[in-house]
Design a protein around this ligand. Sequence first.
Ligand SMILES: Cc1ncc(COP(=O)(O)O)c(C=O)c1O
Length: 371
Amino acid sequence: MNRAEAIIDPGAIRDNIALLRARALGADFMAVVKANGYGHGIVPVAGIAVESGADCLGVAYPSEAMQLREAGVDAPILAWLYTPQEDLAPLVASDVQISVASVGMLEQVLAAAASAGARARIHMKLDTGLGRNGCPPSGWQRLLHRVRLAQDEGLVEVIGIWSHLVSGEEPGAAITAEQIEAFELGLHEAERNGIVPRYRHLANSGGVLNSPETHYDMVRCGIAMYGLSPGPATGTSAELGLRPAMTLRSRIALVKTVPAGQGVSYNHRYRTSRPTRLALVPVGYGDGVPRAGSGKLPVLVGDQQVSVAGTVAMDQVVLDVGDLGVRSGDEVTLFGGAPGQPSADDWARLCGTINYEIVTGISARVARMYP
Ligand SMILES: Cc1ncc(COP(=O)(O)O)c(C=O)c1O
């Protein structure tokens, strides 16, 4: 076994996809694999997702789409975030679909299509309230007009019109209804301009699980595909029937006996209250163990959960294991999905963050294993 491993359970991802597809019957399924598949490994997850019936893959950046193509993934891919300086011709040449949310972005895509000698396939993104990278309603008509001209000239094919939810993980959020209304208006305006794409898509995992009216023609799932809940208000993984796909584990590097009053790790934020034994686990914030979890994060050693003692360092954490029968070389589970194991949700709660950040933050220093 490696010093530290993230074991990824392909069966869990498959089951989660089956569950999500059943929750969004009639809609196509986009597997969102950006950010190294939320830390689970972009290429392996893409393969598992496509095998499990995903119709399409979603990434943020062109580099992520090209990584998939270079690995031989030939499923449809949508990439949605790039800067004006990026050359998108390789995307067009590789048949990667590109999101367009402004006239400037359209011009960039048209230049790429000209240099690739191919028609660009685009999804037009409308900002229905999130205030991020969609086209504001005030600019939608102008964008539609320009896209229509490009469509008539055969330079682009509009595959989709899409938007992203503000609070999909909150059941019954008023903003979701407002976003649907804004989306509908944008779709009607598109239709009036002769743009009627194959896909209208709005829902992320939260939308799939909480709001059937957001499902439209395709749903885009990330976090729930990895077996984690999009937020506490949606329910726990267990309540939702999802299986967390990542287990992070390591081994005890050293066990040593120390007296009472021994300060532990940087700035001595932990001090032993009795003669005890300290066990060193060789993972730290350089591996993605959040430093905000200093003194708090639970780790499973044997059948006991023990909290990290003191400050999380770059390469290691220390456990005060007292009389527990812990020896150097013993396996520890930092988080996982089995009963008794700490979960990514536990870690997120204790660190004041979300489970997305916990799994996505597991760094390249940690080997990914796919049993
Ligand atoms: C545009 C877009 N769609 C879908 C998703 C997937 O969201 P989730 O992981 O909540 O399912 C993301 C992820 O943040 C996203 O940025």
